[in-house]
Design a protein around this ligand. Structure first.
Ligand SMILES: [Zn+2]
Length: 104
């Protein structure tokens, strides 16, 4: 894990509350990486496999070689799994890490 609880965190560029802004039963987030550059990437084969395994744990079929943007409900939580997405106006991008979060 490279990052978890970031008090006051917002989604870069959007101002929306980030799931990194809390770390309790109602909201929590983790970023996972073994890339030399967790922000800019590159993605790694290990992260490709990890995101597929994480998806499997939630009953999702994910192809770790492609951009991943999974948004779904799981046991009352709004889940997000994000990986391999390039930077955009509203997001710093996920080329170098896997984002996994849930919120109520
Ligand atoms: Zn994140």
């Amino acid at each position: 894990m490279i990052s978890g609880f970031r008090p006051g965190a917002v989604v870069q560029g959007s101002g929306n509350v980030s799931d990194h802004s809390a770390d309790d039963a109602n909201r929590a987030a983790r970023d996972l990486s073994n890339s030399p550059d967790p922000l800019n990437g590159p993605p790694t084969p290990e992260m490709d496999r990890a995101v597929e395994e994480i998806g499997r744990a939630y009953g999702r079929q994910i192809d770790g070689s492609k951009p991943v943007q999974e948004f779904f409900d799981y046991n009352g939580l709004k889940m997000q799994i994000i990986y391999r997405t390039p930077p955009s106006k509203t997001d710093a991008g996920h080329m170098g890490h896997i984002h996994v979060s849930g919120s109520k």
